[in-house]
Design a protein around this ligand. Sequence first.
Ligand SMILES: [Zn+2]
Length: 619
Amino acid sequence: MRHSFLFVLLFLGFQALAQQKVSYSIQLGKMSHDQLIVEVKPPALKAGPVEYCFPKIVPGTYANYDFGRYISNFKALDASGKELKITKKSVNQYVIKEGQKIAKISYAVDDTWDSPEIEGEYVFEPAGTSFQADTLFALNTHGLLGYFKGFEKMAIELEISHPKNLFGASSIKSIQKGNKDLFRAQNYQEIVDAPILYSVPDTLTLTLGKSEVLISVFSPNNTINAEQIAEKIVPLLEAQKNYLGGNLPVKRYAFLIVLSEQLKNGNFGALEHAQSSFYYLPEGNIQTLGQTIQDVCAHEFFHILTPLNIHSEEIGNFDFIQPRMSQHLWLYEGLTEYAAHHMQVKYGLTDLGQFMSTIQEKWQTMHMQFNNEIPFTEMSKKVLDTHKDQYSNVYQKGALLGFGLDLTLRKGSNGTYGTQDMMRDLAKEYGPNKSFKDDVLFDKLVQITGQAGLADYFKNYIAGKKELPLNAWLNDIGYGLRDKHEANENPTYSLTLGFDFQALSINSESKRVYIGAEPGINEFGKSLDLRAKDELISVNGLPLDISNFVKSTEEFIQKIRVGEVFDLEIARPNGQGGFDIYHLRAPFERTKVDAQNTIYELKNPTEAQLKLRKDWLRS
Ligand SMILES: [Zn+2]
């Protein structure tokens, strides 16, 4: 027989719960040397060494960031304030030998946006941190908070004291007491999945169906406000709700938006979380920025489906220190990007012309910037190292793969079944806590869609390197893609610097703009001997810096006359890890612009083509 009183169990249970948490505190008002101090109180630890880790990588980013790089002055103190012995195991890992003695850990943190002196991989701003006293604290908490190894599932409390004029917006509702906000989470993954944006409040909350939506905006010159952004987001979320089957799958969602006067690294975008998304965008007004906000918000919100709800084990059992990559970036990023645009055209937020120009741009960019000989599954698996320069192709080829898959499914079901239905069916099998095995996804999709022909689609275009049959896909809905012959019939001419803007990428190490691939170089560029991977330095002495690239080139084109001297200074990789500098010179001339690869509507589409188009767009 075994007998105990229930209240004993409850009592012990409560006590255990009350003790078992990790508490962090940060004082935003107390910055020195642009650093914040983080203090951590551990749970009761057993005798022996314990490891305190900072993430190498975080979910939704497909790059190694090593957030430990931004940590300094790391100390572990016992109850009497004496420093305990620590050893640094790697850039991200600190080992404290006598774990049981730790009363407090403290360290200083630099922000990622503004610490060029810290070497290594550039951290995409939406995944990073920015500390600007009195105006802005962009707190992606994974850039500040570490975890005790083995205690990742333990409850978390984060106390932030802030200057009076700042408000902290986040998907986690804080408990506010004076200038202190308390954020609670069930575990480490949950707290780092909820970025916090402190700024002078331009914030509003709206209710959509059963969901509460928070919008918080930081616009340094007040060129745009939360209300204007809400006007874009509300119809978008309505459409999204319908696209997802009638319900917004979250009770609370936060759009945290930081606008920047100058994009320091030439990049902008956002990062998705389960109940929020964090944006870093160029500052503009609602006219210039409206469509971008709509596109980026649609994309981030759709991540609710994948990878946040539907993902493989690599993503589901996320390892912050030793990440493993999945083969299915085409699904997580590609299909998400496609759905963001398909949803907009389907529910009338954009028109078909706009949709087709998006597809055309993706097709051209894919050819001008990326190596499409690499099977997409392989690129995905090796995106952290070998193929990291190919990552952005997920938004080009990845989205086109989604488009092709949707039309292939529609064609195979007499118009009745598409990727939207496929994702709904997939969600019935898997969920946030039930991951799929990376290797079985293709078979699973064949099975749930009942379309045997999909196996070839996956084999040829996603796991293989066969050229995407975009023209055939477009034909199915009464559109076409101009080939070389058709393009030569009506040539057009234009003034360029020898390359197409869509061919341009940024080298985050050299901080220069470069030409991605050969097809991005036009006839004038070829006559100059411009080559793929050439990095641009100046034109006729005018610097071509990342931050003013567009403006400089526009002004230059307006000023220069045909026949005048044109001198393009470039840095060309010399094959030994360095660069050689060249001046490419020629008299300036007009260039024939390639009309190849442009999309047009067929003049006399058939009944079948029009029917499939209608089915594909039917809401
Ligand atoms: Zn994404």
